[in-house]
Design a protein around this ligand. Structure first.
Ligand code: SAM
Ligand code: SF4
Ligand code: SF4
Length: 335
């Protein structure tokens, strides 16, 4: 499809990530460390969140600018009341694929309603199959078994499932081959994500990152894998297939092999701030435009101008100096 709008690096706008809440029932150490996201932390008040009508207007406006995929995220999107109704509204209002990323804690309860609402597929985050490791990572003692039940529930209602695992050195890196073993042949594609310096609270340092090349070697030594061509330009995961026909596995190499040159994603926080990069620290208040009577047409014009001026390529220029910048938190902007 001919791009409707391109930025200063000729990148079209194709994907929209909508955060529907900044709250979460997990406290993953790499995302919402409990000592910061504690009782004193001020989350967004309900009236500040974009309502479903506003989210639908934005989705329509972004579709007119070329978006064909919408991902609902957060915080934990399944905590947002009526999330299945939002999915149904977006499916009806646009021709976009509507997907969702979740920690799966509420998925057994929600899978059927999400599938009926027309969700295209679902991504479940699961960092380890070892209960002690996983519970320490989510920091609320949530068990692996309940996430696996959520995955089964989604699969049983026909939702294609991908599984995302963030790898942190010395924390869960020893479990990657076990994860590959568990998910190969299951029909669920497992993707390992390099731990990123999103936000300013997780204490990221390069030593904590396990380069995907190291993971490829570890898995290849046990289950031989070969690279596969990307499905489309801008696909974030590099794809590999098991030589014995047991399916695919992916690696998201945001730190060691950045993919900014093909980045087609816009992100909107739960309160309606538009960001053109995951590592941004300034955005544009779309809620203000909507709540002062702004039309879909006006949103289209505003976003077109923002996208045309976009220059972001944070991961390509990451350095000691950029790591300490006051970037917005992952739980706020959505992953
Ligand atoms: N709560 C949902 C979940 O965990 O799937 C959705 C939001 S979460 C912010 C989206 C994704 O971002 C998750 O897969 C999570 O593992 C990933 N993530 C969070 N912090 C990260 C970090 N510092 N580096 C890499 N990935 C991260
Ligand atoms: Fe919550 Fe997802 Fe962040 Fe974990 S990664 S704290 S589940 S928002
Ligand atoms: Fe896109 Fe920013 Fe990530 Fe680069 S660093 S891939 S521009 S979100």
């Amino acid at each position: 499809m001919e791009p409707v709008v391109v930025d200063t690096r000729q990148r079209p706008l194709r994907d929209l990530r909508l955060s529907v809440t900044d709250r979460c029932n997990f406290r993953c150490r790499y995302c919402m460390p409990a000592e910061i996201f504690n009782r004193d932390y001020v989350f967004l008040r309900r009236e500040l969140l974009l309502n479903f009508e506003e989210l639908t207007t934005l989705a329509r406006a972004f579709e007119r600018l070329g978006v064909s995929k919408i991902r609902l995220t957060g915080g934990e999107p399944l905590l947002r009341k009526g999330i299945e109704d939002l999915v149904a509204l977006l499916v009806e209002a646009t021709a976009c694929e509507v997907t969702l990323t979740t920690n799966a804690s509420l998925l057994v309860r929600k899978a059927s309603a999400l599938a009926s609402a027309g969700l295209t597929r679902i991504t479940v985050s699961l960092d380890s199959l070892d209960d002690a490791v996983f519970q320490a990572m989510n920091d609320v003692g949530f068990p692996v078994g309940a996430v696996l039940d959520g995955i089964d529930a989604a699969a049983s209602v026909g939702l294609p499932v991908k599984v995302n695992a963030v790898v942190k050195r010395g924390v869960n890196d020893r479990g990657v081959v076990d994860m590959a073993r568990h998910f190969r042949g299951s029909g669920h594609i497992l993707r390992f994500i390099e731990y990123m310096d999103v936000g300013a609270t997780n204490g990221w340092c390069m030593d904590d990152v396990v380069p995907a090349s190291e993971l490829v070697n570890a898995i290849d030594a046990v289950f031989p894998i070969r690279p596969v061509k990307p499905n489309y330009r801008g696909e974030v995961a590099t794809r590999w297939r098991y030589l014995d026909g047991q399916g695919e596995i992916g690696f998201i190499t945001s730190v060691t092999q950045p993919f900014c040159s093909t980045c087609t994603r816009a992100r909107i926080s739960a309160e309606g701030m538009l960001y053109t990069c995951l590592f941004a620290w300034t955005g544009t208040d779309l809620r203000k435009v909507l709540r002062s009577g702004g039309t879909e047409e006006e949103i289209v014009d505003l976003v077109r101008g923002i996208w045309e001026a976009r220059r972001d390529r944070y991961s390509e220029i990451r350095s000691e100096a950029t790591v300490g910048l006051p970037k917005v938190e992952m739980s706020y902007i959505g992953g």
